[in-house]
Design a protein around this ligand. Sequence first.
Ligand SMILES: Nc1ncnc2c1ncn2[C@@H]1O[C@H](COP(=O)(O)OP(=O)(O)OP(=O)(O)O)[C@@H](O)[C@H]1O
Ligand SMILES: [Mg+2]
Length: 221
Amino acid sequence: MAKIVSLLQQKGGVGKTTISVHLATQIKETFPDLKVAVADADPQQSATVWITKGNGKAGVHVFPVAQDGEGKNLKSELSEVEADLVIMDLPPAIASVSMRAALYSDLMLVPVGASALDIEAAKTAISVCKEAIELDATKQFLLVPNRVQLNSAAGRELRSVLTKFGPVSEATLCLRVAYADSVMHGIGINKFAPSSPAYQEIGMLAEEVVRMLKLKGGRSS
Ligand SMILES: Nc1ncnc2c1ncn2[C@@H]1O[C@H](COP(=O)(O)OP(=O)(O)OP(=O)(O)O)[C@@H](O)[C@H]1O
Ligand SMILES: [Mg+2]
């Protein structure tokens, strides 16, 4: 069965879809032998719109899951996917679909912005991740600082604040227009802005995810 990575956060607009698509396309580029897919569990279908807009240029497939809004069939939907790695984009709610996603994920990523409200809002998702890990200690989670402005005190301090709540990704994703502009072209940063700072950031996150999941050259060990 594919390794499952889910993007969880009840707060809207924190970067779940952005990270899902850029991470999937970046991992596919760095590890071309890996079969990478995006599972879109959000009724807004943002990841689907983004990837289909590119007519295959993104290099990863996207497929809908949890169309019932609750994810009652999520386990079987995921088990049927022919992929080594599935990145699952979730809606902005810790509803049953997100709880189920946590149960079936190997790695949960929680994007968090630098404001106090963002950090407060992440606490529910962090609790869900910790509960899932209590049930199955092989699961992992990471807080992913996103939309960070390093020229602000809050941005510079975010990493040290977040370490009080859980493990923080090595990569800090800054506020960069390339992350948003690539959507219009239906591609990820790897094709939209290769060698840009955004590419370096997503590349670092991609390598960390692949390492955590022990995925190497197309196979999980
Ligand atoms: N690091 C970033 N730099 C610049 N813009 C970003 C960054 N991350 C996300 N954005 C932008 O912020 C907005 C919200 O991001 P996104 O849609 O990924 O959030 P989301 O958590 O999936 O939202 P929702 O909960 O509504 O699904 C988008 O316009 C996106 O382009
Ligand atoms: Mg989204």
